[in-house]
Write a protein of this length. Structure first.
Lengths: 262, 608
């Protein structure tokens, strides 16, 4: 089976981002960039599925030329080849339209995507893509057996594929909902689907020889005019300092009269 | 929009100075390799190592420190799955045959957990490298693939109860058996890392009590006894034991290298170990600086965060400067070694030997890395505890462990005293052999001190002009002092350890200031403006501080060398290299501290 996986280049979530003084965006100078962690989970799932069922994993990134680095990391994990669509910042709708074009070219049996990117947390592209393609979708894929299970230790996929259908355990509030979708389909991954493997050193060496096709976004003939515009970014308000109370009575008093919560 | 590091350039071979060559010419002249020039692969390897350590090692800190049975071997195998032990193994033996910079970067990442870091280094460093460089093809074919995935673990047994620094005085004896088919070993070893988990040891022993040689001894050999796990001050999760050999019989082919050539193995492996240790301790120091910066930001006293107090800011700035100094000398050195190794012909029948020589060429620099790295880590760990106040003394906070773990690094891989003595000793040995032109250069410097024209190099242009000038003055003062001491004491210098120690510190200063300034100059063109500014700040603080220390040392050495008649002349000579105007450092340190606090630690992390 052929699986298309998306990998977005995002700022390192472990380092604090700084908003530009005018609120128009983020300071990128000196920032570290990593693959979107949800996408790494998608890559891992794709690798496990192709290990079980045979086939290839193609990694797609839409972004600046530097995103080849994130593609290479997926190739180092074991994906077979990469596609870079060279583009500036796009909104989720444009991303979905670009991916639609690629899916029509590549004809995968499955598209695996992170449920959202850790930079804008939009959680839209997968759903929009399924809509444009007219494919079934299963969002927030998780693992019924859990991340401490023997299945996970044995690196078994959480998405079960058989007879042209994929069964997906979806994370819902307080539980798991299992659904079956007919392939081809779009599946988006949640945090508890798998532990992605590390890019091994030999993997990094091998990845250098794997092909990455570069496609300027303009050549795809897709309408990428933004339909959503970000007006402003703001820091969350600073937390106020706490107060110490002498006894329970004072606490109750303050909760009643100052905080007005009881 | 994106700010990517400039495409990396390995050090051009024509810019390669010989080992110790930094004493011969000025900081303005040649390119050096720096962390800014790490290539994409090296950054990717580093990222993998950091990922691995953060996800698999750091969360198991408690279990590691409590010596959970089987855990270290399991973690070493996990590291093996990622290819972390393959870096130094040649491709022909199932490895990746990568450069020393990569090897050191991975060590830097692993240093976040001291016990694991030492166990890993004992396996894929001193445990494995004797085979890589001195093993026969048969020995390498047998062991290296098993070392690569850590299905077999290696260890290195040189030290004995009676011989530590004086390693060649080992008393363990090897005798050929009557039938000539086996070696029979008797004796004992002390302080052997990984002893309980190792499958095979490189053991040093004297054939017939005379010829110092190395042997491969399997852990299950009969008569080999491994003692109790030594109760230690730090790196509690690493295993260290004494060993005894009671007629231990091993096949004749287990001799490693040639009979009587064990000293070459012992000293070269220690030298390679110092490269890695120097970088590892710097990685540890970066990590500890991170803990200190985050704590200083959170903890409030007198209504302010600790990081708002100038005395604490000064500490954070000083810590960052020390890290930068070691980071700079470390990667300059690995860049030199890599460039020297790349010059070795792929088809040279003695390729292995040539590579050993290429690494040996930079043994002065490796000793510098080891000494200044381990002392920087001690300094940083100590200040981190101080910044934590009482909480720093508690086992509940990471800095307490870092403080204890740090201390070993000044002791093993050659004590810092032994390494200090090696630094001027090796320089002068090379000078006497005509391999390094120190004496003519020193003569030139001395001549310039007698001419009417000022011997202080003119202030150039550019943002780092003053620092370049300071670096050049330190270089001249160091070369002058070293040569003066050598001429005055000749062969007696060896016995004047006090002078040797101070001379070593001057050479360390000279290498550090030269490297830091060159790096900061290069960074101006290679880094984003924000980072370039930090390079300038740090290099400026470092250059001014080092300059003052180095000049004071030079004066002290001259006083000790010439207690009477010539003192005044020498003093006057040195004085001509003196520059009164240096920069105020406090504003720079405050600015730097701000950057440390903002970055939650070392403010120039590698970016990818
Ligand atoms: C945790 C740990 C792990 C270790 N792992 C290993 C290992 O895996 N394999 C291995 O072979 N060894 C290992 N060692 C041994 C280590 O390398 C030695 O402890 C070290 O070389 C110092 O030797 P020593 O302890 O005998 O000290 P000594 O040599 O007795 O030195 C004591 C002091 O005297 C100073 N001194 C010694 N000689 C001179 C001199 N000529 N002039 C001036 N000062 C001098 C030293 O600098 C030191 O300060 C380990 C040690 C420890 C503590």
């Amino acid at each position: 089976m052929k699986i298309l996986v998306t990998v977005k280049r995002v700022t390192d979530y472990e380092r604090k981002v700084k908003i530009k003084p005018d609120g128009s965006g983020f300071e990128t100078e000196g920032m570290n960039f990593v693959p979107n962690p949800f996408d790494e989970i998608a890559v891992e799932e794709a690798l496990r599925l192709t290990k079980e069922h045979g086939g290839d994993v193609v990694v797609v990134s839409i972004g600046p030329n530097d995103a080849t680095q994130q593609i290479r990391q997926a190739l180092a994990m074991g994906a077979q080849r990469g596609i870079l669509v060279q583009a500036g910042e796009l909104d989720s709708d444009a991303v979905a339209r670009v991916l639609q074009k690629l899916v029509e070219k590549e004809n995968p049996d499955l598209v695996l995507m992170g449920k959202q990117a850790t930079d804008d947390d939009a959680n839209q592209a997968g759903q929009l893509l399924a809509g444009y393609l007219g494919w079934p979708q299963a969002t927030f894929a998780s693992k019924t057996e859990g991340l401490e299970s023997a299945e996970e230790k044995a690196q078994k996929p959480g998405v079960k594929v058989a007879d042209g259908w994929a069964s997906v355990a979806r994370e819902a509030d307080g539980g798991i909902e299992t659904i079956k979708v007919q392939l081809p389909a779009v599946i988006t991954t949640d945090l508890r689907l798998n532990h992605p493997r590390f890019a091994s050193l030999p993997g990094i060496m091998k990845a250098k020889k794997k092909p990455i096709e570069e496609i300027p976004v303009a050549s795809l003939g897709v309408d990428i005019t933004p339909k959503v515009r970000v007006l402003k970014y703001e820091e969350p308000p600073a937390r106020l300092a706490g107060v110490k109370v002498a006894d329970v009575d004072e606490l109750v008093n303050k909760l009643k009269n100052e905080a007005k919560v009881i | 929009m994106d700010t990517k590091p400039k495409p990396s350039t390995a050090l051009p071979v024509e810019d390669l100075l010989p080992g110790g060559g930094f004493l011969l010419e000025s900081a303005a002249s040649k390119e050096i390799f720096t962390a800014e020039r790490l290539n994409e692969d090296q950054r990717a390897f580093y990222r993998t190592a950091v990922d691995f350590v953060e996800k698999e090692i750091v969360p198991r800190h408690e279990a590691i420190e409590h010596k959970e049975a089987g855990l270290i071997p399991e973690l070493l195998r996990k590291a093996g799955e990622l290819g972390m032990h393959m870096i130094d193994i040649p491709e022909a033996f199932g490895g990746l045959g990568l450069d020393k910079t990569t090897s050191c970067l991975v060590s830097e990442a692993v240093a976040r957990q001291g016990s694991f870091s030492v166990s890993l280094g004992a396996h894929n460093g001193i445990g494995m490298l004797p085979l890589v460089f001195f093993g026969s093809d048969a020995q390498k074919n047998h062991w290296l693939p098993q070392f690569a995935d850590a299905s077999k673990i290696g260890a290195y047994a040189l030290t004995e109860p009676g011989s530590g620094s004086d390693a060649l005085a080992a008393k363990t004896v090897a005798k050929l058996s009557d039938d000539g088919q086996h070696w029979i070993l008797n004796g004992s070893k002390m302080w052997i890392t990984n002893a309980k988990i190792a499958d095979v040891f490189t053991v040093f022993a004297k054939i017939d009590g005379k010829k110092f040689s190395a042997f491969l001894v399997p852990a299950d050999a009969e008569g080999l006894d491994i003692g109790r796990d030594e109760p230690k001050m730090g790196i509690l999760g690493s295993n260290t034991c004494a060993m005894s050999f009671d007629n231990v019989k091993i096949p004749k082919d287990n001799l490693l290298g040639e009979e009587g050539k064990g000293h070459k193995i012992a000293f070269n492996i220690l030298n390679m170990g110092r490269l890695r240790l120097g970088v590892a301790v710097m990685g540890g120091a970066k990590y500890v600086l991170g803990m200190a910066a985050r704590y200083a930001k959170e903890r409030k006293q007198f209504g302010s965060a600790l990081s708002d107090f100038k005395a604490i800011q000064q500490k954070l700035a000083d810590m960052a400067v020390r890290v930068y100094m070691v980071e700079s000398t470390s990667y300059r050195t690995t860049g030199n070694v890599d460039a020297a190794m790349s010059k070795v012909d792929k088809n040279d029948p003695d390729r292995g030997q040539r590579i050993v020589e290429a690494i040996e060429e930079y043994n002065i620099e490796a000793s510098i890395m080891k000494v200044s790295g381990s002392e920087a880590l001690d300094f940083v760990a100590d200040e981190a505890v101080q910044i934590h106040g009482g909480y720093g003394y508690s086992r509940e906070y990471g800095v307490e462990c870092a403080y204890r773990d740090s201390r070993i690094n000044r002791i093993f891989e050659g004590t810092n005293e032994i390494n200090r003595m090696l630094i001027p000793g090796t320089l002068l040995k090379r000078a006497m052999k005509g391999q390094l032109n120190i004496l003519p250069v020193a003569q030139g410097i001395q001549d310039s001190l007698h001419r009417a024209a000022s011997p202080v190099p003119a202030l150039g242009d550019g943002p780092m002009a003053q620092e370049i000038q300071l670096a050049e003055l330190v270089r001249r003062a160091t070369t002058y002092t070293l040569a003066t001491a050598a001429m005055k004491l000749m062969t007696e210098l060896e016995k004047e350890q006090e002078q040797l120690m101070m001379l070593a510190d001057m050479v360390i200063d000279a290498y550090t200031i030269d490297t830091v300034v060159r790096r900061a100059v290069q960074a101006q063109a290679e880094e984003t403006e924000k980072r370039a500014e930090l390079h300038r700040l740090i290099a400026s603080i470092a250059a001014n501080t080092i300059y003052e220390n180095a000049m004071a040392r030079a004066r002290r050495i001259v006083v000790e060398l010439f207690p009477d008649e010539d003192q005044y002349t020498r003093f006057m000579e040195l004085k001509r290299l003196h520059l009164d105007v240096t920069q105020p450092l406090v504003p720079m340190k405050r600015r730097l501290a701000e950057a440390v606090v903002e970055a939650d630690g070392y403010p120039l992390p590698y970016v990818s």
